[in-house]
Design a protein around this ligand. Structure first.
Ligand SMILES: [Zn+2]
Ligand SMILES: [Zn+2]
Length: 142
């Protein structure tokens, strides 16, 4: 299997890999992403879940998504790096922390979401799609 897209934590224990390009790329400004990533926002690439695409031991951080459905952030059990998230509202997809993706992955966000919870110091570049809450489309579905 040729897994072209790979992401891993700092210590390399927790890793994900995918054969197919992400179906969506978003910048998420929600509070949960801020807390978990330790950054003012999270850059996420959504991949279609593949068999055995995740490896290693993780610590789960359970939150509730904007839809009210659960979402689970997964961090390395050893180095605490946040690598990916599973969102119940987005069945079949995995949201991967773009900062953990190996080159030559190039981040091309299609939209900024949850801008209603944006950190005040963050400026969103002009000319990009912005949604105050969850985007009105479901990533991966036309
Ligand atoms: Zn680790
Ligand atoms: Zn978020």
């Amino acid at each position: 299997m040729n897994n072209t897209y790979r992401a891993k934590c700092q210590c390399g224990q927790l890793a994900v890999s995918f054969t197919q390009a992400p179906v969506a790329q978003l910048v998420c400004h929600c509070r949960d992403c801020q807390i978990v990533s330790g950054m003012p926002y999270a850059k996420a690439a959504f991949f279609i879940t593949e068999e055995q695409c995740a490896q290693g031991e993780f610590k789960a951080v359970n939150m509730k998504g904007g839809s009210g459905k659960p979402k689970q952030y997964r961090q390395c059990s050893r180095c605490n790096d946040f690598v990916y998230a599973k969102v119940d509202a987005l069945t079949g997809l995995m949201g991967v922390a773009v900062d953990k993706l190996e080159p030559p992955f190039e981040f091309k966000p299609m939209a900024h979401v949850w801008t209603s919870e944006k950190a005040p110091e963050v400026e969103i570049p002009s000319g990009v799609f912005q949604f105050p809450k969850a985007p009105p489309f479901r990533p991966g579905k036309q």
